[in-house]
Design a binder for this molecule. Structure first.
Ligand SMILES: Nc1ncnc2c1ncn2[C@@H]1O[C@H](COP(=O)(O)OP(=O)(O)OP(=O)(O)O)[C@@H](O)[C@H]1O
Ligand SMILES: [Mg+2]
Length: 268
């Protein structure tokens, strides 16, 4: 069962802590959103989990192995795929199929050609094998990133604001694809958008490098005061409920736009 245990970590790049006394556990096949405003320490946390930054205070265990154990860092990296925000900066080859093969080659996997075919097919890019990655559209580039991650068969997938360059529909499509492909894995999505965190199983809220909430989307995202503290805009439905309240109209708590529609439809 994939797992990440973050045990009382603090981290500083030199001046002041950007993460302080942070702890949480994530286990099994679930989808967790880590939500926080700009500069709250989200990407720093991703880099610490993948051993890209040196951790001195506290510990992080990935599948039971400490990121501080230098001998095992390769094993940790092989179990994690990270999809970053800017796809252009992540392509390593001028031909898509070579790019998709990069991870499997690096990890000396067998049947690479088959893995590449399967991965590109899973994201509907089979016809694009010979394309120069930079010539793909934004959405196709994101699919290519997903194929590259899929090719290394990770236990854990970290998405750092991955699809934030796409429009709403494009992003929803990618989120659905990710959920579908890695149903059985541990997915951690980093985001500053409360609306994007609605469909995850659990939401961890960061503010100034501290964990200020950890609960279900409904517990965390309907709490306007918590979100305000973290400088995160509440989800659309929650904002509508708040502005109705300011006008003296009271409706029951809602999280999704579907629930909002339902409540307004029955309102009298
Ligand atoms: N290499 C670095 N050197 C010094 N400070 C850094 C470095 N990287 C990040 N920081 C600082 O650490 C803090 C947290 O940055 P981080 O990138 O983790 O935030 P974030 O939550 O991912 O923000 P965003 O939503 O803007 O991506 C910020 O104040 C940032 O300026
Ligand atoms: Mg970031």
């Amino acid at each position: 069962m994939p797992s990440i245990v973050v045990d009382n970590i603090s981290f500083s790049y030199g001046r002041g802590d950007v993460l302080s006394s942070l702890s949480f556990r994530a286990e099994g096949s679930c989808h967790i959103s880590i939500l926080g405003s700009n500069g709250s320490g989200k990407s720093t946390l991703v880099r610490l989990i993948d051993g890209l930054l040196p951790l001195r205070r506290g510990d992080i265990l990935v599948n039971g192995i400490s990121v501080k154990d230098e001998k095992s860092i390769r094993e940790i990296r092989e179990s994690i795929a990270i999809i970053f925000q800017d796809p252009d900066s992540q392509f390593v080859s001028p031909v898509l199929e070579e790019d998709t093969a990069f991870g499997p080659e690096n990890y000396e996997m067998e049947n690479i050609d088959q893995i590449v075919s399967r991965s590109l097919s899973a994201v509907s890019l089979s016809d694009f094998r010979k394309r120069v990655p930079q010539t793909l559209s934004g959405g196709e580039k994101e699919r290519a990133q997903i194929a590259g991650a899929l090719a290394v068969n990770p236990d854990i997938v970290l998405l750092d604001e991955s699809f934030s360059m796409l429009d709403d529909d494009g992003r929803k499509e990618m989120d659905a694809l990710v959920g579908d492909i890695w149903k059985e894995r541990l997915i951690i999505s980093i985001t500053h958008s409360a609306d994007q965190a609605i469909n995850s199983d659990r939401v961890i809220l960061l503010s100034g490098g501290k964990l200020i909430a950890d609960g279900s989307p409904r517990e965390v995202l309907c709490s306007v005061s918590l979100l305000r503290k973290a400088d995160v805009r509440p989800p659309f439905a929650v904002r509508v409920r708040e502005s109705l309240k300011e006008r003296g109209i009271s409706i029951p708590p809602v999280l999704t736009t579907g629930e909002l529609k339902e409540v307004l439809w029955n309102f009298r």
